[in-house]
Design a binder for this molecule. Structure first.
Ligand code: ZN
Length: 317
């Protein structure tokens, strides 16, 4: 008998160790797919509803029969509602868009679909929705009634927004870190950028699939991958697939990031890739705080803060 090859054996348990997968969850998902429907509560339209489960790509489907929202939009909505409620443990199972205080200033980087419609109807003037319409436009200009915003260079004032929502937009931005520095600038302290994007769960580093050359044209570093785009028939090019490295990059910018991994069948959130990034703008990110001696500041006189990170060595004996 041929001995088993080690490489055939180790990847799956290792990945399970890093990203615990609940096999019962898979059973629930496959049963819902078999039945075709799943009863539950939609946090976007705020009703008891049925979710249509007719496609194994749960992330892009699982449609609420009442408002047409999909799994990925409800993931963003649920994380937004947990922020408004003051944390996931304070979130009611029946929370919905109407629970967001009306003066909350939200910029959503999309102008179609159920989440956009419900936020617009509820928040009115404090809700801003945009698309990346045309590179010839400046951020803040309109074309065909649609507001154009380039996420890398927006027209918003410093510290002006409570929440920024982007659902599968960041992977299409040529310089995503520039866009994240920009969202940090325009959020109020305490405000959050909540976003989804394709996310690798099996590796640490982001994957750059395309980059701009000196003339501003896309150079492909991997096979070009286009996503459906409601305003571009040719689709939108994917520049980056993110991975946990993104969390370090968010910390470097000054965000307090959280990787939220959602699985909530009652809310029509199925599948093992319900990943939402929650990036909060804080005055002092916790990675810059001293966790060994909390609350005590080390004297930094005469030295740059970065250079004074290490106290003198302790000599024992
Ligand atoms: Zn709904």
């Amino acid at each position: 008998m041929k001995p088993p090859r080690i490489l055939d054996r180790w990847p799956s348990p290792m990945i399970r160790t890093i990203w615990p997968l609940d096999s019962a969850a898979h059973l629930r998902d496959s049963m819902a797919l078999k039945i075709g429907h799943l009863p539950g509560y939609c946090c976007i339209c705020g009703t008891l509803t049925l979710f249509r489960v007719d496609h194994p790509n749960f992330r892009e489907h699982v449609v609420c029969v009442r408002c047409g929202s999909r799994n990925r939009q409800r993931q963003v909505a649920l994380v937004l509602l947990s922020c408004v409620a003051g944390g996931a443990d304070k979130l009611s199972a029946l929370s919905n868009i109407r629970d967001i205080p009306r003066q909350t200033v939200i910029w959503n980087a999309e102008t179609t679909r159920a989440l956009h419609q419900r936020l617009g109807a509820h928040l009115g003037a404090s809700y801003i929705a945009s698309e990346y319409v045309d590179p010839a436009l400046k951020s803040g200009e309109r074309k065909g009634g649609v507001l154009h915003v380039d996420m890398q260079h927006t027209h918003f004032e410093n510290d002006s927004l409570d929440f920024i929502l982007s659902s599968d937009v960041m992977e299409h931005v040529p310089l995503p870190l520039e866009a994240l520095r920009e969202t940090f600038r325009i959020l109020k302290p305490g405000g959050c950028h909540i976003f989804t994007a394709p996310f690798y769960q099996h590796r640490f580093t982001n994957e750059t699939r395309a980059a701009l050359d000196g003339q501003g044209r896309a150079t492909h570093l991997r096979k070009p991958w286009y996503h459906d785009d409601p305003i571009r028939p040719e689709g939108a090019l994917v520049y980056t697939i993110f991975a946990p490295e993104l969390l370090c990059q968010l910390e470097e910018i000054g965000f307090e990031p959280r990787l939220c991994r959602l699985y909530a069948p009652f809310h029509g959130i199925l599948g093992d890739n319900g990943i939402v990034i929650l990036a909060r703008k804080v005055l002092e990110p916790s990675h810059r705080q001293d966790w060994v001696f909390p609350g005590e500041s080390w004297p930094l006189s005469g030295v740059g803060a970065e250079g004074a990170a290490h106290p003198p060595p302790v000599v024992s004996g």
